[in-house]
Design a protein around this ligand. Structure first.
Ligand SMILES: [Fe+2]
Ligand SMILES: [Fe+2]
Length: 290
């Protein structure tokens, strides 16, 4: 599908970690309520995203009940949704939960392509059962190579859970994508120039870097974020930094894909100046005024 204005908008949310009521993350981070807020945010965007990608750690413990709760919240989302697994997911439960949407393979890895839009989307499954780190084994890399080979001229976005690069956070790097997978993934991408961006999750922080001749980025969580602890600090500390969705803006005319962050803030976004003049809004909360 192509819009008359030649624009495609891809939204990404990540690491929703939905739990059942009373669970540790539900109590401390209100992950389900934060996802509800994210859904509301995406539905309320002036320009509706054409698709929403949820890049793993969709639930926290991988139970059927959690997937039930996740589905219920996501059922309010207006654009079509595509999901891939993270280390907190259970591949089979996720497959069952989203089976009716028709895009997930019936068996094997949960990777697939979405062909309906000007930008082709390739979802990768980096999940390794029982591990927090991720991998792309030979079967998954061959599948990816074959998919890229079949449509070399189409602009493409690859989405996955584990970022394919070291981020500088020691503990997260130790539970990142396994180094041999990174090297081989890099080789595959280097042979296929149509990939405009690789987008990932897992880190619970916004990150962007150059990788394999393309751009690679990480979307924050919709709920709790990871404290930015660079070496020598070595800990997994969480903070309630602003949640955000990534919005990838594809402009057919110029052939560019632009990365935006759309904050999902506690305070409802309101205009202070609509471009024509100042509006009669309270500009800042108490404490900010001189
Ligand atoms: Fe996560
Ligand atoms: Fe993760």
């Amino acid at each position: 599908m192509t819009h008359a204005d030649g624009i495609m908008l891809i939204a990404q949310i990540s690491d929703t970690h939905v739990q059942m009521p009373g669970g540790k993350l539900d109590r401390n981070y209100a992950t389900a309520a934060h996802l509800e807020r994210a859904v509301e945010h995406l539905n309320g965007l002036e320009r509706q995203p054409d698709v929403v990608l949820l890049t793993g750690d969709t639930v926290d413990e991988g139970t059927a009940q959690e997937y039930g709760r996740l589905r219920e919240i996501l059922s309010d989302l207006k654009p079509p949704l595509y999901v891939i697994p993270g280390n907190h997911d259970n591949r089979e439960e996720l497959r069952r939960a989203f089976a009716n949407d028709g895009y997930l393979p019936r068996d094997g890895f949960l990777h697939y392509t979405v062909e309906d839009w000007p930008v082709r989307l390739i979802g990768l499954d980096t999940h390794v059962v029982g591990e927090h780190g991720g991998a792309l084994c030979r079967e998954r890399l061959e599948w990816l190579g074959a998919r890229l080979q079949e449509s070399p001229a189409r602009p493409t976005v690859v989405f996955m859970h584990h970022p394919p690069f070291r981020v500088g956070h020691q503990l997260m790097d130790e539970m990142g994508l396994e180094p041999d997978s990174v090297a081989k993934f890099e080789q595959v991408l280097s042979c296929h120039k149509q990939v405009h961006q690789v987008i990932a999750g897992h880190l619970h922080r916004p990150v962007i870097t150059r990788f394999a001749g393309t751009v690679a980025s990480v979307c924050p969580s919709t709920a709790q974020q990871l404290a930015l602890d660079l070496p020598p600090l070595r800990r997994l500390a969480t903070v309630m930094d602003p949640a955000a969705a990534t919005l990838l803006f594809w402009d057919e005319q110029s052939g560019t894909l632009v990365h935006h962050l759309s904050y999902i803030d506690e305070r409802p976004t309101h205009l202070l100046n609509d471009g024509g003049g100042w509006l009669d809004n309270e500009p800042l909360p108490p404490g900010f005024h001189s």
